[in-house]
Write a protein that binds this ligand. Sequence first.
Ligand code: ADP
Ligand code: MG
Length: 696
Amino acid sequence: MSTPIEYLKGVGPQRADLLKKELSIFTFKDLLECYPYRHVDKTRINRICDIHLTTEYIQVVGKLVSHEVVGTNRAKRLVAVVTDGTGTLELTWFQGINYVQKILGIGNTYLIYGKVGFFQGQAQITHPEIETYVAENSQGKAYLEPVYPSTEKLKARGLGGKNFSKLVHALLMQLRERDLPEFMPESIVKELNLPSRYASINAVHFPANQESFESALNRIKFDELFIAQLRMGLMKAQRHRYSKGVVFEKVGDCFNTFYNQYLPFPLTGAQKRVIKEIRQDCGTGKQMNRLLQGDVGSGKTIVALLVMLIAVDNGFQACLMAPTEILAQQHYQNISRLLKEMDIEVALLTGSVKGTARKKILQDLAEGKLKLIIGTHAVLEDPVQFKNLGIAIIDEQHRFGVAQRAKLWGKASIPPHVLVMTATPIPRTLAMTAYGDLDYSVIDELPPNRKPILTVHRYESARHQVMGFMKEEIEKGRQVYIIFPLIEESEKLDYENLMRGYENVQAWFPEPKYWISMVHGRQPLDVRETNMKRFKDGETQIMVATTVIEVGVDVPNASVMIIESAEKFGLSQLHQLRGRVGRGSEKSFCILLTGTKLNNDAKERLKTMCATSDGFKIAEKDMELRGPGEIEGTRQSGEYQYKLANILNDKPLLDLAKKWAEQVAENDPSLDSAENLPLKNYLMEQKGKTPWSKIS
Ligand code: ADP
Ligand code: MG
């Protein structure tokens, strides 16, 4: 299977180069995994007279009436006309004209396939698939011919369409069952009634009929999903088996006192459940590596605090890290306030804590006097040493990088538990495929009595009313965000828009009656933070900003979120931004402002935003619109991209694959049993993707 493609009969060095460049086909395996994107039943013939405006692909048998080259130079094209007795159809080529002209013969009958277009009322196909019609085909049994992805270059060099499928066919003919050995454990093959791997690969290219194609397709999709799930399952199983974790044996005084006396509100059911999951996990003696998902405002902070208190109860230190200084401060203020009546010290460590204050914190941490620390990633810096760090909680981040994790490892003899919290909901299927190596908890319930945020879409022409509304809300003592897009490629333009927007707002809301904060990425950090703080402290009523304020900022008095050029934002971003309001007791509003020209995707996004505030629903829609590969923060999971499976449409299969993969990984994490050995060999062949170092 790893034989270089040039050794396939009919390929040779030059064509091999082309295959490598155009389709990344280097080996036999790559060619086999270049799956047809559809099959054509060449026995199904349409009549030309049946073509109408909504017809898409057609297949006709027609006699060639004429062909001629029209136009000159760049506009040169070959136009042929065919008829089947019921009507005429035009065929057009812009490329490979000489070659096509040579093979066409007037009066000959051809089988023609392609996408229908209309030009001045005349039906035509541009660059059709065309071959001499052989009558037996239509009398024999229906057979499905594969159609492969191709490029103009491949077609020009005789490697398009039919010729490509001939290559695949030739390869399949020379391969025996032992070249494509079964790797799936026999029990799974039996239980799920899967066709063999060899049969499936054959049938997915050249199926005998629709049923055998479907079961082959299903089997190969299952393989893809199963292998990816198995890899992650093995990582998880190894972690559980080999990496020792600190043990949180009990829930003690700190937790209980806080829970019984100082908890400001009853926890939601979801919060309780998640704390329980974490507690159990931290008590097993295995190191925990958990992703906690919860929509904006679902109350992750209090969960973090309670978990930290459990660590303290067991004699360990705990840290909470946020991606920005503002967020770290906010956590520090909240948590200090919550712990005010308790006898536990908590400190803030960020880049701007310097001098003796910093020295003291570092010393207390090293000596173990200080149990709770809140900070930015500065906590990970080298000079920071803990006496016995039990758990590190990372807020507002999808993925806590391997390098960062390694830094944590260095801070304790036994690696601390890691809890990563994210407020950007990820569809469950995506979480399963991208973060399957982590344990996973979800807060899927908002605290009670949340006032829903009213979201509306308004066109630019309604700006007057929007500003008027803003004024009313400010009169009532509320605060307002106005967000401008900032997209990297057009940063300069966006910056100018922001400045113009700022001036506009100033004109509507002049000092000294109104005060405006502005926050954007080009400001020095301290300016940004000063502006943010003024808004937070209520000194300014309006915050003009780019998405730098996106994450986590909590200003309960802010009740209006206006998003300019809302069509330029992705769904999850809009959702994040909207989550900045609706945090206090007042009714809140989100106004999406756009121009009138909107493409369908943008319309769909705006509609979704107005219809729901459920982060998970929004995430599902986002994945539907953009495709699983494009969802933020998961792009690095490209290694788990599938050739045939699609986690959007193949959810049931994904669930099935996960179930079986986990079973295998848990029962036999080194894949040493006779039944699993072929699986181990298969994974080994796919080098670099599985952490074998820890197994062997
Ligand atoms: P996020 O999950 O977005 O980080 P926070 O932890 O900031 O959410 O919580 C959002 C707000 O909800 C905070 O003001 C917090 O005090 C409040 N909150 C959290 N849990 C509850 C609860 N169970 N009941 C009432 N209010 C809660
Ligand atoms: Mg938060």
